[in-house]
Design a binder for this molecule. Structure first.
Ligand SMILES: Cc1cc2nc3c(=O)[nH]c(=O)nc-3n(C[C@H](O)[C@H](O)[C@H](O)COP(=O)(O)OP(=O)(O)OC[C@H]3O[C@@H](n4cnc5c(N)ncnc54)[C@H](O)[C@@H]3O)c2cc1C
Length: 288
């Protein structure tokens, strides 16, 4: 009985989950390395690009250079090697269109179950439509998970004490409200990882003051935003300050990072509670 019903279920050689950077790359390689394979990409959202379509906060860009993050089969030719989010999204869309991978995508299909059947040597997969109330079953010989590494429905938000009483606006970069106006507002950015390092200079252009709150010293390094020159990578040259103020504060108070930026150089002997930081370019923490 089970085999008979499996015969009626649509079968794919390869089912790819996710139409982000990885899923589009997987589609390309299936077409070039396994042209016999019938494959489809199941994407829960209604768009290509994954991360680069979802995240819309000001200043979003890559942390690593696009010559390594991009596809080796379609080398990055953009002027900036550390590229902005829109350019990366366009690059993924162009790659999908030029290779025809985009014609293999089923949008609004979220994979909710995948069970391996040893008896039939195939995956039994359930896909739920995210636009209508429907679900369907598929089988596949191979299952490629290109679904990313974080939850798409909401970003991680710790339960900060007193959050419910906070009268201001709380925003998570994963769900940045379109048109959010920070003009003349005082903003605190919690965290000091790649997202914060990107966000702070962009916010500082409009906000009256931006504070980066960091729990502990972390290391990140300044790098060129330009592509490689003939002699290799070259460091970016300092940029002028636009004059807005920002500050970086240690969360615990027990550890103060030295902060390098375009218009700030460490030099004071004892750490102040607040320091001016750059509004353009990238602020960089080095270990205490
Ligand atoms: C702001 C930011 C900057 C980053 N910068 C860099 C960088 O510079 N260098 C670097 O290496 N990495 C970076 N990353 C990590 C980044 O996520 C990866 O580089 C890359 O974009 C991941 O691509 P992916 O296709 O594997 O996953 P994603 O981009 O996360 O795409 C996964 C796709 O799978 C879909 N999906 C998920 N679950 C299901 C399901 N059950 N059913 C159907 N579809 C599903 C999602 O909707 C999504 O479209 C960054 C991440 C962020 C958030």
């Amino acid at each position: 009985m089970e085999t008979a019903s499996a015969e009626r279920t649509p079968h794919l050689d390869v089912l790819i989950v996710g139409a982000g950077l990885s899923g589009i790359g997987a589609g390309h390689y299936l077409q070039t390395e396994c042209p016999w394979a019938e494959y489809e990409i199941f994407e829960a959202r209604d768009a290509i690009g994954g991360t680069w379509d979802l995240f819309r906060y000001p200043g979003i860009r890559s942390d690593s250079d696009m010559h390594t993050l991009g596809y080796s089969f379609r080398p990055w030719e953009g002027e900036k090697s550390i590229a902005d989010g829109d350019s990366i999204l366009q690059y993924i869309k162009d790659t999908a269109r030029e290779s025809g991978v985009d014609t293999h995508i089923r949008f609004n299909h979220r994979i909710t179950a995948a069970n391996w059947s040893t008896a039939d040597s195939l995956w039994r997969i359930t896909a739920e439509r995210t636009d209508i109330n429907e679900s369907s079953e598929f089988t596949a010989s191979f299952l490629f998970s290109c679904s990313g590494y974080y939850r798409y429905d909401h970003g991680y938000l710790p339960d900060f004490e007193g959050m419910a009483d906070f009268a201001g606006t709380i925003v998570h970069p994963q769900a940045w409200p379109e048109g959010l106006d920070v003009c003349r507002k005082k903003v605190v950015v919690i965290g000091s990882g790649a997202t914060a390092v990107t966000l702070v200079p962009a916010l500082a252009r409009a906000a009256s003051h931006v504070t980066m709150l960091q729990r502990r010293c972390e290391r990140s390094c300044r790098r060129s935003r330009r592509g490689p020159r003939r002699s290799g990578f070259t460091p970016s040259s300092p940029r002028p300050s636009t004059g807005s103020a920002g500050s970086i504060r240690s969360w615990s108070g027990g550890c103060w990072p030295k902060v390098w930026s375009d218009n700030f150089r460490p030099g004071t002997t004892s750490p102040p509670t607040s320091r001016r930081a750059t509004t353009r370019g990238t602020s960089v923490s080095v270990p205490c």
